[in-house]
Design a protein around this ligand. Structure first.
Ligand code: S3P
Length: 175
């Protein structure tokens, strides 16, 4: 098995399991785990909902871009992106250049159930929850489709998703 330490980068819609699966995947493969949203919150010293409320979405997206820029020169990481990170084509290009991009998906009922009250997710605050998710999924579909691998997490445990990703990467000689 060749381990070239290209980053393993989880993308995909909110509540598809990027952070939980990322942690598990990192422990299985022996890489460090980096959660982009948690890094931004730690660096800014405030929560993402507060960044959106006090500075606006554009300010949050600029922080995301700056972080992607820094991550592009690193290796040996499992990275959990935010649900909107790769919607920006520049972020998509930089992340694809420094690792293998894995898209986690889930059906809409699972997303709604996992998102709970959604109060920690500012992108879900407007209007009817289901309609909002459907619209965002439609708008983002072409970005998520750029990933190297996709895994539907709807009916799998965190551990099973992480193991499935590893199996796929190993079978295809990418890890
Ligand atoms: C966002 C998803 C969130 C977070 C921010 C914006 C989005 O991350 O980055 O609230 O645009 O989909 P999660 O996907 O971890 O919820």
């Amino acid at each position: 098995m060749t381990i070239n330490k290209r980053n393993l980068i989880l993308c995909g819609f909110m509540a598809t399991g990027k952070s939980s699966v990322g942690k598990k995947l990192a422990s299985l493969v022996g890489y460090d785990f980096l959660d982009m949203d948690a890094s931004i919150e730690a660096e800014e010293g405030i929560s993402i909902p507060r960044i959106f409320a006090e500075r606006g979405e554009a300010a949050f997206r600029a922080l995301e871009c700056a972080l992607v820029e820094r991550l592009a020169s690193r290796c040996g990481l499992v990275i959990a992106t935010g649900g909107g990170t790769i919607v920006n084509p520049l972020n998509l290009e930089k992340l694809k250049g420094c690792g293998i991009l894995i898209n986690l998906t889930a059906d809409i009922d699972t997303i709604i159930a996992r998102a709970g009250s959604g109060e920690d997710r500012p992108m879900l605050q407007q209007g009817d929850r289901r309609e909002r998710i459907e619209k965002l999924l439609e708008q983002r579909a072409s970005s998520y489709a750029q990933a190297d691998l996709a895994v539907d997490t709807s009916s799998l445990s965190i551990e099973d998703v992480a193991k499935l990703i590893l199996d796929c990467l190993r079978e295809s000689g990418r890890l």
